[in-house]
Design a protein around this ligand. Structure first.
Ligand code: CMP
Length: 425
């Protein structure tokens, strides 16, 4: 008994993540369509009268059927919803499903159909979590959706205040005019060709104008943030370039140096879209860190012959310790005689190894490494290594190197063997 209690507290079932999979992929759009149709017809019917809404009773019965089925479909999903959201959603779904208008003919009862929009908002948030990479694009789409519904509701409100239409065609024409008035007033243009006549219309127009000022600012701010966020790396790159440009002008850096700095940032942006791999990896838990590291560094792992043959644990441990770094042509990466605390793996690029006395003369390419001698023998660098092209490297610092070697002595053995060969050559 006690062990069961303990395990219950120590190891509670983690909340299951809700996902839109399989049948739900087809079903949810159907529910969305029905909910949107009822939301649109509700305010329209309230404005022009139910008799002038073609196919209203069809929409009502179809919506009832869809919402009824959805009560059962979403019951399974709702078991994984935590907190007060679940009873609220279930109640809203139930009330929205009742064919109250179809049974009574009383138009105000249509308002219960709007409760289904809570379910739509729920699915939208699930979709957004599931399609993490489309976060901003979905935000923009949802925003346009809710905004359209709001504009439709405001248009219907204005329609309600005008004289009642006599036919379906007149109702539709009046709706079009109202929509035109509503959008022009909301966007603060208001041409003045349609003007409020009665006191009610004047008050409504004022409310819309005030609402419009706030909404206009909100829309512009939101759309610009969303569009900016669609390309965050590009924005960051441009900001960095602007800041750098101002700094370089202020410090009057020589033209050649300015060009090299600009080329470096452009290269890094083109290669990595300006994302700092290390800082993103740092925030991940160890398990994920290992897997993402392996994936990101798959290119270099494939290139270094030793990694290709090494066991998975060793490769994963090294991948977790390797950090990316970029050098531009002409950069000195290690200088002869300096103390050394990093070794490098070449992902892409050409490098020249030279010693002052001319005893060392080698070129290194993709998949090779250098800077290991200082780490193994704790001696100063025995040569200078210079980038001959843009170089994408990964470095392993002394601490990372020691950590890997402690767990995988085979790694040090391999590096030593290679080093001995280099020394002899
Ligand atoms: P380290 O001494 O730490 O720094 C200079 C690096 O140049 C050295 O490690 C080796 O990685 C590399 N190096 C030295 N001699 C040779 C060689 N003959 N061929 C290729 N690389 C070398």
């Amino acid at each position: 008994m006690s062990s069961r209690t303990t395990s219950f507290f120590l190891d509670p079932a983690p909340p299951r993540r809700i996902e839109v999979v399989g049948f739900l992929n087809v079903w949810i759009p159907v529910v969305m369509l029905a909910a949107t149709a009822t939301a649109l017809t509700t305010s329209y019917a309230a404005a022009v009268g139910s008799a002038l809404v073609p196919g209203l009773s069809w929409i009502e019965w179809i919506a009832t059927a869809v919402f009824l089925v959805d009560l059962f479909v979403s019951a399974k999903v709702d078991r994984d919803v935590r907190g007060p959201v679940r009873p609220l959603l279930r109640t809203a779904d139930f009330l929205a499903m009742l064919p109250l208008y179809a049974l009574t003919g009383f138009v105000p009862l249509l308002v219960f159909r709007l409760l289904k929009l809570f379910r739509i908002a729920f699915w939208m948030s699930i979709w957004r979590q599931q399609h993490f990479a489309l976060w901003n694009a979905l935000r923009l789409i949802y925003f346009i959706y809710w905004l359209s519904l709001a504009v439709h509701a405001l248009t219907s409100g204005w329609l309600l205040l005008r004289h009642a239409p006599a036919s379906v065609d007149e109702a539709q024409t009046m709706y079009l005019h109202s929509l035109y008035w509503c959008i022009s007033t909301l966007t603060t243009i208001g041409y003045g060709d349609i003007t409020p006549q009665t006191n009610g219309e004047i008050i409504y127009a004022m409310v819309i104008m005030i609402f419009g000022v706030g909404m206009y600012g909100y829309v512009i701010a939101n759309i610009s943030t969303i569009i900016t966020n669609l390309q965050p790396s590009r924005v960051r790159y441009l900001e960095t370039m602007e800041r750098l440009g101002a700094f370089m002008r202020y410090q009057r850096l020589p033209g050649e140096l300015q060009k090299r700095i600009r080329d470096y940032y452009t290269y890094v942006w083109e290669q990595r879209m300006g994302y700092d791999e290390s800082s993103i990896l740092r925030d991940l838990p160890p398990g994920l860190h290992g897997e993402v590291s392996l994936f990101l560094k798959r290119g270099i792992i494939r290139k270094v012959p030793f990694f290709r043959e090494a066991d998975d644990d060793l490769v994963r441990d090294i991948a977790m310790q390797m950090h990316p770094v970029v050098y531009t042509p002409g950069d000195v990466i290690v200088r002869e005689g300096d103390p050394g605390s990093r070794m490098y793996f070449i992902s892409r690029g050409r490098l020249e190894v030279r010693s002052v006395d001319g005893s060392i003369h080698a070129d290194l390419r993709d998949g090779e490494f250098f800077g290991e001698m200082a780490l193994i023998y704790h001696q100063p660098r025995n040569a200078t290594v210079r980038a001959a092209s843009y170089c994408d490297l990964y470095f392993l610092d002394q601490e990372g190197f020691n950590q890997v070697v402690r767990i995988h002595p085979a790694f040090e053995e391999h590096i030593r063997t290679m080093t001995e060969e280099r020394r002899k050559s």
